[in-house]
Ligand binder design. Structure first.
Ligand code: ADP
Ligand code: TZD
Length: 577
């Protein structure tokens, strides 16, 4: 046999990994090259996969995670050993926390050396470190097991409650060879990776009974509902029952925020007043005050408000995590909502509507709050504040409802969530369950790559700094991303002073008057310095039209923010001043 025919007849670990992923419809890698994966990244590209190279693994990991959320296929993050792996871990843990399916594939050093702690290049027991931070962790030691490893990783990431998975590939596996035909046969095309989970009929009956007795029902939609892609079923349930609903941040747009049944502008009224609450793909965690306390009409911070809960969730362990759940409905959202709809349709005109008093009271509160907000938005202060700037963003999204909106910061997050209406499902992606900073540019890159749609990233100046170097990545791949940095000179705001009068500025303060737009210009993108709503509007319109990488440095009044935005109460309070 000549060397050439020999090479044709053999597959190595890198071939097998690429083929295993392609066989399962996965065509994008988000990663950063280096030993032992550099050649793999080249070969993936040569094999027709899209290899998006980042400047830091955390951003690649965040990109993979949100790709998973948007597509229901695990996003793949590829990192080098030890430090690269560790850089990817924050994203892996964040994906698991948020129920985003992703697989962190990391090269690692040789097992024998790691286990004897003999000091290999980038030595680390990565599998052990990853385990507590993800849903499942696997290691493949032989090329012939790559097919099984990839299949197990895919199933673990997307079945049941989705999450992060770690796949450890020691360097030598990439170079191991096997007969190409045997290799091909070792790969697995995963059949039905996220099987539907049909709710038990008695659980559905229990929920229907509780709902039928409600006078002041409320539906809460969470990002699990957005992920599930059961948009039609959810909308039908809401419109058929006339029940008011509240979208959690990433569920905004599942129905248009302008929908007459949205109770978002009456949130502080509906939570304590509702008698039966239907949770659809949302958890009663801190974002919903754990289902108790004053937010829910409880007499003190720990007290239950008296609401009854129906909770639709794929995880059988979620119910009762914070308050008693009277009617858990365990299954995938599409199947659960369809089952509820069947019961409601069977009741025909006998199905009770929410009381007119309830709907009237919500409509009243809504119109008052919306009018108040319109007044605030109409003001045109100099310098701009969050409201006058977001009034522009709100118009741009209204005119471009297909655009993806990425959002992080504290005030920049809270105000955007409440001011900028979303019109379509899965268009808003943000800091999620942890309120983590640093998702911005990773999410923006993956949103552009996975959807091809224009992306608008509204970023606090501090938030942007966590992933800001990826503007080079955005320029390199020429992605239609428009970053708007709300520059108020610091974390939360820019007005703190050092009480000692010493030369260091206060811990929350940045360089005043910084020009983030220049950063984008450094890599050939468009930089704009905007000090008025008119300048901001013009620059955003142009960015969306041209699809050119753009960064707008939007100058915001440095006194405008509050510490930690809406969650300032979570700062520990000391009696000491
Ligand atoms: P939010 O932050 O928007 O309130 P969470 O992340 O707290 O949302 O909750 C999402 C919930 O959705 C999780 O409990 C998760 O188990 C659930 N979930 C995710 N995908 C599905 C699905 N396809 N079917 C049912 N439940 C799902
Ligand atoms: N580090 C990480 C990884 N996540 C965090 N959430 C924080 C630190 C703490 N933090 C917040 O919760 S918001 C925020 C930090 C540092 C930045 C707020 O400043 P900003 O936004 O400039 O991004 P605003 O609009 O000025 O409030």
């Amino acid at each position: 046999m000549t060397t050439e025919t020999q090479a044709q007849a053999l597959s190595d670990g890198a071939d097998l990994l690429i083929d295993a992923l392609k066989l399962n419809g996965i065509t994008n890698f988000y990663g950063l090259p280096g030993i032992p994966i550099t050649d793999l990244t080249r070969r993936a590209q040569a094999a027709g996969m899209r290899m998006i190279s980042f400047r830091h693994e955390q951003n690649a990991g965040n990109a993979a995670a949100i790709a998973g959320f948007l597509t229901q296929k695990p996003g793949i993050c590829l990192t080098v050993s030890a430090p690269g792996f560790l850089n990817g871990l924050t994203a892996l843990a964040n994906a698991t926390t948020n129920c985003f399916p992703m697989i962190l594939v990391s090269g690692s050093s040789e097992r024998e050396v790691v286990d004897l702690q003999q000091g290999d290049y980038e030595e680390m027991d990565q599998l052990a470190i990853a385990k507590p931070l993800c849903k499942a962790a696997f290691r493949v030691l032989h090329a012939e097991d790559i097919g099984v490893g990839v299949a197990r990783a895919i199933r673990a990431a997307v079945s049941g409650r989705p999450g992060g998975v770690y796949l450890d590939l020691p360097a030598k596996v990439f170079a191991q060879t096997m007969d190409a035909e045997t290799g091909r046969k070792s790969l697995i095309k995963v059949v039905d990776p996220a099987p539907r989970q049909i709710p038990a009929p008695d659980a559905v009956q229990r929920a229907l009974q509780l709902l039928a007795g409600a006078k002041r029902p409320l539906i809460i939609l969470g990002k699990g509902a957005a992920y599930a892609q059961a948009d039609t079923e959810i909308r039908t349930l809401i419109e058929k029952t006339k029940i008011p609903y509240l979208p959690m941040s990433m569920a905004k747009g599942l129905l248009p925020d302008t929908h007459e049944q949205s109770a978002a502008a009456a949130r502080s009224y509906v939570l304590p007043e509702a008698d039966v609450v239907v949770m659809i793909g949302a958890r009663l965690n801190w974002l919903l005050s754990h289902g108790k306390g004053k937010t829910w009409g409880g007499k003190d911070a720990k007290a239950w408000g008296g609401q009854k809960f129906i909770q639709i969730d794929i995880s059988p362990q979620e119910a009762d995590s914070n308050v008693p759940i009277d009617a858990p409905v365990v299954g995938d959202i599409g199947s659960c909502v369809s089952a509820l709809l069947n019961g409601i349709s069977a009741a025909g005109s006998g199905w009770p509507q929410p009381s007119a008093d309830w709907l009237g009271a919500i409509a009243d509160r809504k119109s008052k709050n919306i009018a108040k907000m319109a007044e605030t938005l109409a003001k045109n202060p100099v310098p701009m504040n969050f409201h006058s700037a977001l009034n522009v963003v709100r118009d741009i999204i209204k005119a471009n409802p297909d655009a993806m909106l990425v959002n992080e910061g504290a005030n920049a997050l809270d105000f955007t969530r409440s001011i900028v209406d979303m019109y379509k499902p899965r268009k808003r992606i943000d800091v999620g369950t942890w309120g983590v900073m640093g998702i911005g540019m990773g999410f923006a890159v993956a949103a552009a790559v996975e959807t091809g749609l224009p992306v608008i990233a509204v970023e606090g100046d501090s938030a942007f700094g966590f992933s800001g170097m990826e503007v080079e990545t955005i320029c390199r791949y020429n992605l239609p991303v428009c970053i708007v940095v709300f520059n108020n000179n610091g974390v939360y705001k820019g007005t703190d002073v050092n009480p000692t009068g010493g030369p260091d500025v206060a811990p929350t303060v940045f360089v005043k008057g910084a020009r983030y737009d220049k950063l984008m210009e450094a890599f050939g993108g468009v930089g704009v310095h905007a000090t008025t709503p008119a300048e901001l509007r013009k620059a955003m319109e142009e960015a969306v039209r041209s699809r050119k990488p753009t960064l707008i440095n939007a100058v915001i009044d440095e006194t405008a923010g509050t510490e930690s935005g809406r969650i300032t109460s979570l700062n520990p309070k000391s009696a000491k001043k």
